[in-house]
Structures are given as structure tokens and as C-alpha cells.
Design a protein around this ligand. Structure first.
Ligand SMILES: Cc1ncc(COP(=O)(O)O)c(C=O)c1O
Length: 390
């Protein structure tokens, strides 16, 4: 089955009611017909759902679809994207281990790496995403895990997945990729050698800004420790959220195509505006890694960032002059969103760390929605004019 077909047609067995669309299994636990049967489930002699902290038909359906899309055999669903990242790191790393990660990561991922893992005796090296020599040097120290985002949040910087997975495997490191911005419709890191693929399903997978969720995918040997960690520590996904996310996957391909088309049109428009000093979008002709983008991504995705002329006050005036766009920290919604990363999503980083991630006081991140592109562009160009950014 192709991506869209699997995302629509992979469903659990129908119940006695012959439902066409999959139902929600809002149940904490599953019942047994006898004490012997309960024992058999708990001992693993019979495979099946026991308790929704471990598994549930709705989370299984979501995981099956995501495995199909990412072309990976195993997965677990988590309460949020951060739970997916935290569970992956916690399940695989122990005191004395080293993790090498990109310096261009979502702010809370950096927080875990810099403020939580070191307390547990785990060593962390952050590498400038563009510095190949530093990647080689850091991975030469044989880390247990290498963690990256490509495209990165919010700078839309790219890294060569095939190159980095080769380097990681040369040193027996697990290569983990947060594929939140691209989604498996646009980029399948496993095809370039990634061992684990992580998602904040809260973003494009939900696509309508309704629920939190996360997914971790990989070969069984990498997923079993994460499953064991989650079933005991509890950050599992609720069946209701899993049901929403599975329904959303049915439209992921058509949505990502439209998000990407709108984002490319907006990126081109912004690039030609005199009030904008730079635009970063993977499929823009001026992106330094356009060739790489076209090698590992099908489309450019729904997020872009740009720098405005002026200072922080100009950026704030611009944001406050918008009338259609939403001011919020989420992304991957049907509604176009503007975010000022330096004072919101990445505010906990030091100014130096922000610069390394490509964020200044005039950087804006747009998550381009599914509205008519004319309305999106008009709102932005009107706001640039109203805030005297020319
Ligand atoms: C790249 C990336 N990874 C992970 C997360 C965390 O996801 P969640 O908000 O679902 O915990 C985010 C959130 O913005 C993100 O942008």
C-alpha cells in the first residue's frame, strides 16, 4: 500500500456492529473470561491488550499507520512529543553514557539534554548542525545515541541524514531523528539509515491544533526498552487522542502537499519584500541546502522562518499588526501561525545558543496553514506596511 492508502485503510478488525470508521476504545483495562486467561495474558502466552497504559486498540492503530508511513517495524505512542523524546533518552541512556546531539533542536529537547541528563551522570555534546568536522570529532567518541532534527526548529537548517547515519553506525551509535517538521509524507529518515524516528504528533499529524501526542518508531530492539520504560512510568497516549491522531493521518498527505505549496509561495513573496532581510525554507532556491533538501524531502513542509529589518520592537509591532494570523507557539495547524521564537519557544536558551540555532530578536517563524494563500500573504504584507517595515 502507498502512504495515503495505508494511512486510511489500516484499521483494526471490525466489531460486531460492523462500523465503517474505527470506534474509540475508551477503556482503562481489558477483561478476561477466567483467572487462567488473565494469567496467560500477563505471562505473554496470549498476546493482546491488558491495560491502556501498556496498549489499547486505538494506540495500536495509530502506531501501525505510523510504522507503515515511516517504513519501520515497531513503535510506541506517548502523551506528547516531549514524552517521546524523554522516554527515548531515558530508556537508552545510563550514567556514564554519552549522547551527541545537534545544537539546533527544539528548546525543551535542549533543556532535557542540558539540564536533566547531566544530573544523572549522562554526558552530552551539542554540535553546531553545520559543522561536519565537529560531528566527526564528537561521534568519534562513540556516543550511545546521536539525536538530530532536520529541518530544525525554527531555523529550517538541514543535515545530511545518510551521511550522519553512516557516521553514527561506524561508531555503533543509535541514530535518532525527530521528524516532526517534515512528517513521514515528506521525509522518511529510516530510508537514509535512521534507527529511531520520533514525532510530536501534536503538530502536523494532528494538523488541527486539538490534541497532544508523540510517537517513537524503530526496529524492535530499539523500541522494546522505550515501551518498557513507558508502561511503567506512565506517559502513554490516551485512546481518545490516539483516535483523533489516527483519523488525522487519513488526510496527512493532502494536507502536507497544500501546507508545502502555501509555504513555498509565502517564502518567495517574503524573499522579494524589502522589509525582510532573509528567509529560510528548504525548497527555496536560496536555501544553502536546496540540493540536500530535494534529495531527502519530497516537499518543503509547512514551516518557514524569516528575519525582519529593525529590532525586537519592529518584530513585535509586526506581530501585533496581523489580523488573520494566530499568535501562538504551536505549529502544524490548518490556521497560519506566527511565533517569535526568541521570547517564546526558545526563550530559555542563552543568546549565544539562540544565535547558533539561527534565532535573533527579529526572527519570526511561520507555520503556514491551509487557508487561501492570497489571504495569508495579504495579512502579512499589510502588517509589514502598518508596522512601517519596508
Ligand atoms: C521539533 C519538535 N520536537 C518536539 C516537540 C515537542 O512536542 P510536544 O509539544 O508534543 O511535546 C516540538 C514542539 O514544538 C517540536 O517542535
Amino acid at each position: 500500500m502507498k502512504d495515503a492508502t495505508g494511512a486510511i485503510r489500516l484499521q483494526p478488525t471490525k466489531s460486531e456492529f460492523r462500523e465503517h470508521s474505527g470506534p474509540i476504545f475508551m477503556t482503562s483495562s481489558f477483561q478476561y473470561s477466567s483467572a487462567e486467561e488473565a494469567e496467560a495474558y500477563f505471562s505473554g502466552k496470549i498476546e493482546g491488550d491488558i491495560y491502556s497504559r501498556f496498549s489499547n486498540p486505538n494506540t495500536t492503530e495509530l502506531i501501525d499507520k505510523m510504522c507503515h508511513l515511516e517504513q519501520l517495524p515497531s513503535g510506541v505512542a506517548t502523551a506528547s512529543g516531549m514524552a517521546a523524546i524523554f522516554a527515548t533518552l531515558s530508556a537508552h541512556l545510563k550514567s556514564g553514557d554519552l549522547v551527541v546531539a545537534s545544537g539546533s533542536l527544539f528548546g525543551n529537547t535542549l533543556y532535557i539534554l542540558q539540564n536533566i541528563l547531566p544530573n544523572w551522570g549522562i554526558n552530552v555534546i551539542l554540535v553546531d548542525i553545520k559543522d561536519k568536522e565537529r560531528w566527526e570529532k564528537a561521534i568519534g567518541k562513540k556516543p550511545k545515541m546521536v539525536l538530530i532534527e532536520t529541518p530544525s526548529n525554527p531555523g529550517l537548517q538541514l543535515i545530511d541524514l545518510a551521511w550522519l547515519s553512516g557516521l553514527s553506525h561506524q561508531h555503533n551509535s543509535i541514530f535518532a531523528v525527530d521528524n516532526c517538521f517534515a512528517t513521514p509524507i515528506i521525509q522518511k529518515p529510516a530510508l537514509f539509515g535512521a534507527d529511531m524516528v520520533l514525532h510530536s504528533a501534536t503538530k502536523f499529524i494532528d494538523g488541527q491544533g486539538r490534541v497532544l501526542g508523540g510517537i517513537v518508531l524503530g526496529k524492535e530492539e530499539f523500541i522494546t526498552p522505550v515501551f518498557d520504560f513507558l508502561r511503567r512510568t506512565g506517559a502513554s497516549l490516551s485512546p481518545f487522542n490516539a483516535w483523533i491522531l489516527s483519523k488525522s493521518l487519513e488526510t496527512l498527505e493532502v494536507r502536507m502537499e497544500r501546507h508545502s505549496k502555501n509555504a513555498l509561495s509565502l517564502a518567495r513573496e517574503l524573499e522579494s519584500h524589502s522589509g525582510i532581510t532573509s528567509v529560510s525554507y528548504p525548497f527555496l532556491e536560496s536555501h544553502p541546502d536546496l540540493t540536500l533538501a530535494k534529495k531527502q524531502m519530497k516537499w518543503g513542509g509547512g514551516v518557514l522562518c524569516c528575519n525582519l529589518k529593525g529590532d525586537k520592537s519592529h518584530a513585535f509591532n509586526f506581530i501585533n499588526s496581523l489580523s488573520l494570523l494566530s499568535i501562538t507557539a504551536n505549529l502544524g495547524d490548518t490556521r497560519t501561525i506566527v511565533t517569535h521564537p526568541a521570547t517564546t519557544t526558545h526563550s530559555k536558551l542563552s543568546p549565544e545558543e539562540r544565535v547558533k540555532s539561527g534565532i535573533t530578536d527579529t526572527t519570526l517563524r511561520f507555520s503556514v496553514g491551509l487557508e487561501s494563500i492570497d489571504d495569508i500573504i495579504n495579512d502579512i504584507t499589510d502588517a509589514l506596511e502598518k508596522s512601517n517595515i519596508e
